[in-house]
Design a protein around this ligand. Structure first.
Ligand SMILES: [Zn+2]
Length: 395
């Protein structure tokens, strides 16, 4: 039983920020790489290491998974079921959906039967797991999440006045329901050649005209930002279809399976089930499979204001209500007064601010901001003290 400091893998994807992780968390970046994500967990594509011993977290867990993860987690998942990340986006990420559990299982099996190699560019399902996500903003954080209410979509497309899409829009106006919205989305995303080019020219022209409504002003601005990175991508229509959400630091939202979303910019913590299943619709140079994405798409219009989560306030911590059982997420506000946490699973802790002392049995560890730790389940409890803010991942 112990508490271990973690050394984490930094993923340098092209959309990442060169400065954010360094400026916020003193994470070194001598080669000025785009530090997109820091992974804290035991994912095969980027596994944390135990600082002191230099071994990987996976190797540590394999030695004695039942005591380290707890018997329930070891039996149900056989691995650490969640992955905690810091993400720092300087430019938009792809528009994507994640399959639900059942679709991931059948999709994974189907692609295995077709002998598509796991790392093949056109492989959709990398594992048989769903990938629900929660994002917790550390700076102002912009994203697209879920379909707008249908009347907003109609308003925006009418104001943009895209001739190429007029017949499809008319069908949505005549039948403003989820089935029509699904077809409307499909028609836009599957336009080709001439029609695609016409629609793109029309949206580019529309966003250069002065907006007549607050809704359009925000959508045009977002499309302009997206356009600085992607000029020939139907994702330029995404800000007219999806909710534009700006989280303030300390606000969080949940991304349900099958809900289209895209992160645009900002630094945040993200926690997700241990999966890499992504179906992409646009704003990417990676593989796009619109047919598979539409099969996995939930079309449930939602008001943007309803997407921001309300955490449950408990003494010294906020707990976020998560609708899946792969992970739980708390923000702990630590003071000089010592607090005890009783645990039922292995935990990953990340120090967001300040300096925090963690003590379990005979082990103690001090975390500075940007540092993280792994607590084994057999500690049963640990104490924290010191002024700061801590993110706590468990299941
Ligand atoms: Zn996602």
């Amino acid at each position: 039983m112990s508490v271990y400091k973690l050394n984490n893998v930094i993923q340098t994807y092209s959309w990442g920020s060169i400065r954010s992780l360094h400026e916020m968390f003193n994470i070194e970046n001598p080669d000025h790489m785009p530090q997109a994500e820091m992974w804290m967990g035991a994912h095969p594509l980027g596994c944390s290491r135990i600082s002191e011993q230099g071994i990987s977290l996976t190797d540590l867990l394999t030695k004695n998974s039942t005591t380290m993860l707890g018997s329930y987690t070891a039996m149900r998942y056989g691995e650490l079921p969640y992955l905690l990340k810091v993400i720092a986006a300087d430019s938009p990420l792809s528009i994507q959906v994640h399959p639900n559990k059942q679709q991931a299982e059948t999709g994974f099996q189907r692609e295995n039967e077709l002998s598509i190699p796991i790392n093949a560019n056109h492989r959709n399902y990398k594992d048989a797991n769903h990938k629900p996500e929660l994002v917790y903003a550390l700076t102002f954080f912009s994203a697209l999440n879920g379909f707008r209410p249908i009347d907003e979509i109609i308003h925006l497309f009418e104001e943009a006045n895209i001739d190429t899409l007029r017949p499809f829009l008319q069908m949505l106006i005549n039948h403003p329901n989820e089935t029509s919205l699904r077809s409307f989305f499909k028609e836009i995303m599957t336009l080709t050649n001439h029609e695609k080019q016409n629609a793109l020219s029309e949206i580019k022209r529309a966003i250069e005209t002065p907006p007549k409504s607050r809704l359009a002003r925000e959508a045009w601005q977002t499309t302009k930002i997206v356009m600085t990175h992607y000029q020939n991508d139907m994702g330029l229509f995404a800000p007219l279809l999806l909710n534009i959400v700006e989280l303030a630091p300390g606000e969080a939202m949940f991304l349900h399976a099958q809900t289209p979303h895209a992160y645009l910019s900002g630094t945040a913590l993200e926690i997700m089930a241990n999966s890499d299943n992504v179906l992409r619709a646009g704003l990417t140079t990676k593989h796009i499979d619109i047919k598979e994405l539409i099969n996995n798409l939930s079309v449930k219009p939602t008001q943007a204001s309803r997407l921001i989560m309300s955490p449950i306030e408990k003494p010294f911590r906020l707990t976020y209500p998560i609708p899946v059982d792969d992970f739980c997420f708390d923000i702990v506000l630590s003071t000089t007064e010592q607090q005890v946490f009783y645990i039922r699973s292995a935990e990953v802790l990340f120090c967001i601010e300040g300096q925090i002392l963690i003590e379990a049995e005979q082990h103690s560890l001090r975390l500075e901001k940007g540092e993280s730790a792994f607590v084994t389940c057999d500690c049963h409890s640990y104490y924290i003290s010191g002024v700061g803010k801590l993110a706590r991942a468990y299941n």
